[in-house]
Design a protein around this ligand. Structure first.
Ligand SMILES: Nc1ncnc2c1ncn2[C@@H]1O[C@H](COP(=O)(O)OP(=O)(O)OP(=O)(O)O)[C@@H](O)[C@H]1O
Ligand SMILES: [Mg+2]
Length: 240
């Protein structure tokens, strides 16, 4: 299996006033191409920090990160922006939608950054919003949507460019059990059907049941790592 994401000795120390806050300490991990990896841990354990580092949104204090064969910890800001635009979809815990844009415009935004024209952009955004059950809310702005609906817009935005790697930070945190289950299935489906790699953060171990690998984080360090072999066998059974 080809490793698509690899981190060694990953450490992030935030400075708050005169205090050093070690959010992540000496994390090693490997994620294979086509894998669904779950990061599980309690509040404040460093899950979002880890995802930000892996996606190149924040720079590590120490350690290396190799994604798709490239050392992203050595990239400058403009290289990182390009790298993210071309390879990564990110679902933020706090959505980070543009408040003045409609749902459709928010979802179409990453296509616009890739220079794709208005007609194709809107068509694709409409289809993607339909997939997440929001075809009736294309013109709504974030403030006119519920938390769960904003979360689904944010997921649609992350998937619109069909990125190789999807990072999702608590993508079901604001959803009821059924909608949350549907969203995890939708994300897992991207992985199984389209060969994407998904790294999903959750505090809810129940949500990790579809994962191939479960990484437990505690106080900024990796605890147990569970490999779920049968997922792959099940998948093969379904496809042959
Ligand atoms: N920008 C920041 N500046 C200073 N400290 C930070 C910053 N971001 C996170 N931290 C600290 O790093 C630690 C890990 O935070 P992080 O957001 O990664 O946790 P988490 O596991 O995602 O928690 P949650 O489940 O509540 O989202 C916490 O102690 C937090 O206070
Ligand atoms: Mg978090």
């Amino acid at each position: 299996m080809q490793t698509i994401i690899s981190a060694q000795g990953l450490t992030k120390i935030y400075r708050v006033a005169n205090n050093a806050v070690p959010a992540l300490v000496d994390v090693d991990l490997n994620v294979a191409r086509g894998e669904f990896c779950c990061i599980v841990g309690t509040s404040g354990s460093g899950k979002s920090t880890l995802l930000y580092l892996l996606a190149g949104i924040e720079q590590p204090s120490r350690g290396s990160i190799t994604i798709l064969g490239e050392r992203i910890d050595r990239m400058n800001q403009s290289q990182l922006v390009r790298f993210r635009r071309d390879n990564v979809g990110f679902v933020f815990q706090a959505f980070n939608l543009m408040p003045t844009m409609s749902a459709q415009q928010n979802v179409a935004l990453p296509l616009s950054l890739k220079g794709i024209g208005g007609f194709e952009r809107n068509l694709k955004a409409r289809r993607m919003l339909k997939t997440v059950g929001l075809e009736q809310h294309l013109k709504h702005r974030p403030a006119q949507l519920s938390g769960g609906q904003q979360q689904r817009v944010s997921i649609a935005r992350a998937l619109i460019t069909s990125p190789d790697i999807i990072f999702a930070d608590e993508p079901t945190g604001n959803l009821d059990t059924q909608t949350g289950e549907d969203i995890v299935k939708l994300l897992a489906d991207e992985v199984r059907r389209h060969g994407k790699t998904l790294v999903m953060v959750t505090h809810d171990i129940e949500k990790a049941k579809y994962a191939d690998q479960i990484i437990h984080i505690r106080d900024g360090r990796v605890g147990t790592v569970e490999m779920n072999q049968h997922r792959e066998e099940e998948y093969h059974e379904q496809t042959v």
